[in-house]
Design a protein around this ligand. Structure first.
Ligand code: SF4
Length: 382
């Protein structure tokens, strides 16, 4: 029977004054997590979703962090499983007039901004992100207004209104290249909202970056000391780290990269064992891409009372087979973006897309293994 639990989620909420940065407090949000259907229920739901996708001429676009059943369904039905930018690009370029986005709200919004004439549905419109929650438009606008001499670069994990205030939007795999490009032009950067990714890029590029103090509640929980202990138990394992993780975790990485780049590294690196510091939803795709290899979650607080995410995003977990089938049937949960905001936001997104297209021949990976570019050939800029 279909049921759901409401999970209380604590996340780090930046406290920013227009002229200073660096403080945060703990805030609370919630996530409505659907129960796992039985194997029989799953088969019925999957068949229903496949039928509805056909009837509605819709395409399913899923993120690497959502439930494995949804990822499989997306691929089996001609949709895609990817990172946030590729999701939006795939949706924009696909002929379907209805996009069903399994992910979190900013992903649905980016898809809508890139495809304003398409219908964009999501299994649950309340699926959010601690980076988005921690960067409210009014506070962010005041911060930008206090620093008019800086070029505003925002991460994809922000609301449409924040993207509309930015000069550039970037994703984790192209952020380093874009900041390096702006730095070479002598520009000073205002970066938001992920302070770990911003700090990583700042260190790599030497750019003058003023950082918003946000964090991803999944990646922020990875622990450097415990990772060091785990490495001793698995001396041959390669360490794969998403740059939203704290610096003492990033410092131990063999590869630092976006979700797509970490999957490529798992497939191409000459190793049988990997410790993975990103949302564990990605392990499904890694196991498919590199069968026979062993993947181990990087340590968080474990499944203890103090574990906020236990390496899986509570908002990504809001996407289930049941609510996916329901929105396809009802047409509920459509994403709308204010037309004026959409028109402004697309400027910052298009800047990134055009930059990526210019470099498409060989987009440099955001990675400590950037010397080994052959590992990443064919990886797009998302
Ligand atoms: S994994 Fe982190 S960055 Fe991604 S949606 Fe969840 S909270 Fe946001």
């Amino acid at each position: 029977m279909h049921s759901e639990i409401i999970k209380t989620v604590e996340f780090e909420r930046p406290i920013m004054s227009p002229l200073s940065s660096g403080a945060s407090c703990t805030a609370q949000a919630w996530a409505r997590v659907p129960s796992t259907p039985t194997p029989q229920e799953k088969e019925v739901l999957k068949a229903r979703i496949k039928r509805l996708l056909k009837e509605q001429k819709a395409v399913l676009v899923a993120h690497y962090y959502v439930d494995a059943d949804l990822q499989d369904l997306a691929e089996e039905t001609g949709g895609c499983v990817s990172d946030s930018l590729e999701m939006a690009r795939f949706g924009r370029d696909h002929p379907a007039q209805t996009l069903v986005v399994a992910g979190v709200k900013f992903m649905g919004e980016t898809s809508k901004i890139l495809s304003p004439h398409k219908r964009v549905l999501m299994p649950d419109l309340d699926a959010t992100c601690s980076l988005d929650l921690g960067c409210p438009t009014d506070e962010f606008t005041a911060f930008c207004d206090a620093h008019p001499d800086r070029t505003v670069v925002v991460y994809a994990n922000t609301s449409a209104a924040v993207k509309a205030r930015a000069d550039w939007m970037v994703t984790s795999s192209i952020g380093l290249d874009i900041v390096a490009h702006l730095h070479a032009q002598g520009k000073k950067i205002l970066w938001a909202p992920d302070r770990h990714l911003g700090g990583y890029i700042q260190k790599k590029t030497g750019a003058d970056m003023l950082l918003w103090h946000g964090s991803c509640l999944v990646h922020d929980e990875f622990k450097g000391i415990e990772l060091g202990l785990l490495r001793r138990e698995h001396p041959n394992a390669k360490i794969l780290v998403h740059p939203e993780s704290p610096q003492d975790v990033v410092d131990q990485a063999d590869v630092v990269g976006s979700t797509s780049q970490l999957i490529a590294a798992a497939q191409n690196l000459d190793a049988d064992e990997f410790i993975v510091a990103t949302d564990n939803g990605i392990l499904h795709k890694m196991r498919m891409a590199a069968p026979g290899k062993r993947f181990i979650d990087a340590p968080t607080a474990g499944n203890s009372a103090t574990c906020k995410s236990c390496a899986h995003c509570p908002w990504m977990a809001m996407n289930g087979l049941q609510n996916l089938a329901d929105v396809l049937e009802s047409g509920r949960n459509e994403i709308h973006v204010d037309a004026d905001i959409g028109r402004k936001a697309i400027i910052s997104i298009d800047r990134m897309l055009n930059f990526a297209a210019d470099r498409k021949a060989n987009t440099r990976p955001i990675s400590d293994l950037s010397k080994e570019e052959k590992l990443f050939s064919g990886i797009g800029p998302a």
